[in-house]
Design a protein around this ligand. Structure first.
Ligand code: GN1
Ligand code: MG
Length: 333
C-alpha cells in the first residue's frame, strides 16, 4: 500500500497525523490488514472483503452493540472498535481503522500451555460478560455460516463444477471425506439442542492478541462474525487451532497431530461455566469444526480458490489435508 493512499484514508477518518511506515499483516484469509505507524500512534487498517461479508454494515452494528455492552460490563480485555464507529467507502473498497493494541503480538501456532489457558480464559470471560445479553439484538450477517448441511451442499456443488485436474488430484481425499459427511448433520442436530449465545465464530489462534514476552491474552479480535450461535463453534475452533501445534498452514501433513494436553486444558477451562450438555459435546465440537474446515478448504480448492486467500498453487488442498489429518487424530480421543 502506498503511503499517500494510507494517508488519504487516515484523513478520511478525520486524523491528520503523518504516517511514517506501513506494514502488511500476513495472517487472515479473508480481509486485507495493514499496520500504520505515525510518530505517536499505531493503527490497524483493514480492507473488508465485501464478497465474503456483503452485510458488513449490519456486521458493524453487531460489533458496536457488543462493544458498548462489554464496556458497560467492565469486560477485562481490550475490545478495539472501529474508529468513529464507521467504515469508509473509497471507490469499490470498504475500509476500517482501529487502534493498535499496544505491546501485542499474534501467533499462528501455540508454543505453551499457558497461552492455551489464557486464551480459553478470555473466551470464558467474553461469554460470561455477555451471558445476559439478548442474542435477538444481533443481526445474522452470514446466514448458515457454520450450518453443516449448507456446507455439504456447497461441497457437492463444487464437486459438480470443478475442473478435471483438481478433481483428479483430490479424488482420494474426496472419497475419505464423503464417508464422514454425516458428522456435519450430527453437528447441526447437536447445535440446535444447545443454548443460543453470542458467538465470536472465528476463535482461531491468531485472532487472540497476546502480550509480547508473556502468555497473557490482551484481546480477542476480528469481530466480523459476531452472531448468535452455539459455543461449539468457538470452543471447537479453539481446539482445532490450538491443539495443532504445527499450525493449519503446515505442509508437513504426516507430522500433523493433536496435542491431547491442549485439548484437555481447553475443556477443563470451560467445565464450570457452561451447561452440562455443552460440556458433554466440547470434544465433538473440536472434531466437527476440524472436519468442517477440511471440507471448506477442499470446497474452495475445487472452486479454484475464490474464498480463501492463497500464496501458492494447491495451498487450499494442503490446508484441507492438514485439517483432515488433524481430524483423524481428534477422532481417536
Ligand atoms: C477465515 O479471515 P480469517 O482468517 O480470520 C474464515 C474462518 C476460518 C478461517 C480458517 C468469514 O478466517 O471461518 O475458520 O479462515 N472466516 C470466514 O483459517 O469464513
Ligand atoms: Mg475472521
Amino acid at each position: 500500500m502506498e503511503l499517500k493512499f494510507a494517508q488519504s484514508i487516515l484523513l478520511g477518518f478525520g486524523l491528520k497525523e503523518a504516517i511514517v511506515s506501513i506494514k502488511r499483516v500476513e495472517s487472515g484469509l479473508i480481509n486485507s490488514t495493514f499496520v500504520l505507524n505515525s510518530k505517536t500512534n499505531s493503527y490497524i487498517l483493514q480492507a473488508i472483503n465485501t464478497n465474503v461479508f456483503p452485510s458488513y454494515e449490519e456486521g458493524l452494528k453487531n460489533i458496536l452493540t457488543v462493544g458498548n455492552w462489554l464496556k458497560k460490563k467492565n469486560y477485562p480485555y481490550s475490545f478495539p472498535l472501529p474508529i468513529n464507529g464507521q467504515y469508509l467507502k473509497v471507490k469499490n473498497e470498504v475500509w476500517r481503522l482501529m487502534p493498535y493494541v499496544k505491546n501485542s503480538v499474534s501467533y499462528n501456532r501455540v508454543s505453551s500451555l499457558g497461552q492455551v489457558k489464557s486464551a480459553a480464559n478470555c473466551l470464558g470471560e467474553f461469554y460470561h460478560h455477555l451471558s445476559d445479553f439478548n442474542t435477538k439484538n444481533l443481526l445474522v450477517t452470514l446466514p448458515n455460516f457454520h450450518h453443516g448441511n449448507t456446507i455439504i451442499l456447497k461441497f457437492e456443488e463444487a464437486l459438480l463444477n470443478s475442473n478435471q485436474e483438481r478433481l483428479l488430484l483430490t479424488r482420494s481425499l474426496i472419497n475419505e471425506i464423503e464417508k464422514e459427511l454425516p458428522i456435519l448433520n450430527k453437528w447441526d442436530e447437536v447445535c440446535n439442542s444447545l443454548p443460543k449465545r453470542v458467538i465470536h465464530y472465528d476463535t482461531k489462534i491468531n485472532n487472540f492478541l497476546f502480550e509480547k514476552k508473556t502468555d497473557k491474552v490482551l484481546a480477542l479480535i476480528d469481530l466480523d462474525t459476531l452472531m448468535p450461535g452455539c459455543v461449539l463453534s468457538d470452543i471447537g475452533d479453539m481446539i482445532r487451532t490450538y491443539s495443532n501445534t504445527l499450525g493449519e498452514e503446515s505442509k508437513d501433513i504426516s507430522e500433523v497431530t493433536c496435542n491431547k494436553d491442549i485439548v484437555a486444558a481447553i475443556v477443563n477451562k470451560f467445565k464450570d461455566s457452561l451447561t452440562l450438555r455443552e460440556i458433554e459435546y466440547l470434544i465433538f465440537g473440536g472434531l466437527a469444526i476440524t472436519f468442517m474446515q477440511s471440507v471448506r478448504f477442499l470446497t474452495d480448492y475445487l472452486n479454484n480458490d475464490i474464498y480463501y486467500k492463497t500464496n501458492y498453487e494447491n495451498q487450499n488442498l494442503v490446508r484441507a489435508e492438514n485439517q483432515w489429518r488433524l481430524f483423524l487424530h481428534l477422532k481417536k480421543l
